[in-house]
Design a protein around this ligand. Structure first.
Ligand SMILES: Nc1ncnc2c1ncn2[C@@H]1O[C@H](COP(=O)(O)OP(=O)(O)OP(=O)(O)O)[C@@H](O)[C@H]1O
Ligand SMILES: [Mg+2]
Length: 398
């Protein structure tokens, strides 16, 4: 079936792309190569320039400077309808007065392409909706409408398919299901997908390559595992999953590692996993890499040790428990522990230590912004704890 839809996807190249709106720079400078046939996700917070990037690629917005190449061909000056691109927007924008099949066939018919109906049925079969082809969009669920919108884009065989938060309107369960379906459709048709989302889990589960965007720039780009295990900046370390970050001066160096002094505690990171080896450095470790101890453990040089600290919050979520610790000097530390036994391991208020393998740490190229750890504008984990505390004492008083 794949052959019936597209010969192949095309690669997309952005060269020094820059977009300035009157009074606001949306894209600072973008350089990017998306290989043909790949599933590429652009991930970033609201307002970072994701939609603007897609609109530039689709030709709906004019670049201030820079070039856009699709399949090696410069399309910077090409009209939108002459670009081998289709876009699926968050609002599916189906024609309400037309049947599903006519919605899908619309573009083919307008371009005078033969067998529009046959091709449209094939596209609908791909999204498993051919049996509903006679219905109107209003007679479909949100997820089904989404799949029609997808079929309508795929049927045109765009070398490049742009998806702007296409699953944003779906509820969580349907969203997860559509993520898997979209991914398998992409495998089947072999087109190049450029998928925009602010959902990090969605980006990681679907894409071969994820680019994390922040304030009009790509901060880091790579395979999901690579971005997760070795974030290069504080923004990536915190936007993609959670991280424990510690900042201090480099106090010692060996051939293979650096030691950072965090208010008297030595944290060692392999040089190969650290962007910088001198000066003040922010190092980090993911919460699931930490081991919680209720007594000061004996650790050798292959492990880092923090503590003693105190558990300030325990939240049980079934599969795992999240502990938040206050460790003097190091600040707030988050630990995810798998629930191998019954219930949480350690109670709120307990004295604890944490240790982790030196090989699991990473060193960032920038510094984490100084964290006002227990102030009003502190991190979300601590705010949650403070809110819970306040609520509990209110309940006790009542
Ligand atoms: N026509 C415009 N004129 C001025 N500023 C604009 C215009 N379009 C977008 N912007 C600004 O450019 C920035 C990037 O917008 P964009 O729509 O690309 O964000 P986004 O990453 O898609 O965000 P979201 O996740 O909320 O959809 C925003 O700050 C936005 O206000
Ligand atoms: Mg957007």
């Amino acid at each position: 079936m794949a052959g019936a839809f597209a010969e192949a996807g095309a690669d997309l190249e952005l060269v020094d792309l820059h977009k300035r709106f009157p009074g606001f720079t949306a894209i600072e400078e973008m350089n990017l190569v998306i290989p043909a046939g790949s599933f590429f996700a652009l991930l970033g917070p609201s307002g970072c320039g994701k939609t603007t990037t897609l609109r530039l690629v689709a030709g709906l917005e004019e670049a201030t400077s820079g070039r856009i190449l699709i399949g090696g061909k410069d399309v910077t000056e090409t009209k939108p309808y002459q670009r081998p691109v289709n876009t699926v927007f968050q609002s599916y924008a189906l024609f309400p007065h037309m049947s599903v099949i006519d919605n899908v066939a619309f573009g083919l018919r307008r371009r005078g392409i033969s067998d529009a109906k046959g091709k449209s049925h094939e596209a609908l079969a791909l999204v498993e909706l051919d049996h509903l082809s006679a219905r109107r969009p209003a007679q479909l669920s949100g997820g089904q409408q989404q799949r029609v919108a997808l079929a309508r884009a795929i049927v045109n065989r765009p070398a490049l398919l742009l998806l702007d938060e296409p699953l944003g309107a779906l509820d969580l369960k349907l969203r997860r299901q559509m993520q898997l379906e979209l991914k398998s459709i992409q495998d089947e048709v072999g087109l190049t997908f450029l998928h925009v989302t602010h959902d990090q889990e969605e980006a990681m589960t679907m894409a071969d390559t994820v680019a994390v965007m922040n304030k009009g720039r790509i901060e880091q780009l790579g395979a999901p595992e690579m971005l997760y295990e070795l974030p290069r900046t504080a923004f990536v370390a915190n936007f993609l999953g959670q991280s424990n970050l510690f900042t201090g001066p480099v106090s010692g160096t060996t051939a293979t590692s650096i030691a950072v002094d965090v208010e008297g505690t030595r944290i060692v990171v392999p040089k190969a996993r650290a962007e910088r080896h001198t000066g003040t450095v922010t190092v980090g470790v993911r919460p699931e890499k930490l081991t919680l101890h209720t007594e000061a453990p004996e650790v050798d040089s292959s492990r880092n040790l923090l503590g003693p600290g105190r558990v300030i919050d325990v939240s049980f979520s079934g599969v795992s428990t999240q502990y938040i610790l206050a460790v003097p000097g190091a600040g707030t530390v988050t630990v995810f522990a798998q629930n191998m036994g019954v219930g949480p391991l350690v109670a709120d208020g307990a004295e604890v230590w944490v240790s982790w393998s030196v090989d699991h740490g990473f060193g960032l190229e920038d510094e984490a912004p100084p964290a006002p750890r227990f102030d009003a504008d502190t991190d979300t984990a601590t705010i949650a704890v403070q809110k819970k505390r306040a609520l509990m004492s209110e309940l006790e008083e009542a």
